[in-house]
Write a protein that binds this ligand. Sequence first.
Ligand code: PMP
Length: 443
Amino acid sequence: LIELDRAHLVHPVASYRGHERAGVRVLKSATGATVTDATGHQMIDGFAGLWCVNAGYGQESIVEAATRQLRELPYATGYFGLGSEPAIRLAAELAERAPGNLNHVYFTLGGSDAVDSTIRFIHYYQNARGRPQKNQFISIEQGYHGSSTVGAGLTALPAFHAGFGVPLDWQHKIPSHYAYRNPVGNDPQAIIAASVAALRNKVEELGRDRVAAFYAEPIQGSGGVLVPPPGWMKAMRDLCSELDILFVADEVITGFGRTGPLFACSEDDIVPDLMTTAKGLTSGYAPMGAVFISDHVYDTIADGAGESAVGHGYTYSAHPVSAAVGLEVLRLYEGGLLDNGRKAGARLMSGLESLADHPLVGDVRGRGMLAAIELVVDKQRKTPLPPAANPSRRIFDRAWDNGLIIRAFGNGVLGYAPPLCCTEAEIDAIVERTRMTLDQTLE
Ligand code: PMP
């Protein structure tokens, strides 16, 4: 398998280098929070795949729901006015639970095309209001919004830009709220004030009548799990209302129990104009994303479409099998998984905080079952690990050997996003195996 993989299977480019040297690690089976590789080595999946298997592996009722749907109707297009029962029911169930008036759901295949879809919907919205020149978009440094060309342009991680002419000329950034390394210091009010000023200035610079929308993750995930201070989302939401630009919350990672509630926006007490989700929506059992659209945006698009062609859609939008999976996953979340995730999340955070006195740990941050520790060689100076020799990758390998999968970001940040079904013992093992791994790194 290792040879066939090397010869034929192209992996996401970010993880390619590690694979070239070590060869692919083939996962064979999984149950609960535990995965087993092809050699029989067992690990706790501290990252739920790619922050997506929120419900945990081996959930028999999801398998049954998918199987039933595969037998009954494996496919239905959303075109020609067609639909399928699970997709309609899932949209209705989600709308009922979404914050405020986010009552309209558009299903995609994942997060990147959910983000792309918002760009289209926002253009249609602004056009329908007779303001086609409102076509500039703003996002945040260290944000991640997908790997499509448009999504990569909103994304602010340099590896996704090199050589592609992105960001596109209508995509702009403001600095991150990243507290640990913020030039304004780590005072929450100062950080909020700096973000508010940065967005206000950027909008003034571009022209209020030209800016369409602002994108924010409730917690910046791929940028290294950067948690904004409480009140940050609300301040940015309110500013967008004041400046007459749409606020898009990208909940692809934070949605579906990752931070505690079904949607992080509820905890932040805000209602975005649009919201993107994926990952936990189907918990990785089938590919699916969902864009939530508020009444005012949806009605404007629908009413304004008129004679102008409003074309958008994918062959696999609202896939009935994914939707059937989504319905069952939602049932599991509300049947105890969200509650367990909240408890496990509190234990995870206090466990990781107990590592704060480790000589390598500069920062511990997170909310619920979404956390990170940032490693430094000098705590006082916050000196990052030396970039040579890819230290994060070596830590990832050691953790693997110790029976733990974590995300090793290139900059010495270790990411945690375990399945919500984790037991207390599994959470404790995640912390203990991390400690063991860090001790070995010191040696
Ligand atoms: N938005 C955010 C916030 C994400 O974290 C991701 C994926 N990590 C995406 C969008 C893109 O989702 P996908 O990989 O499913 O295309």
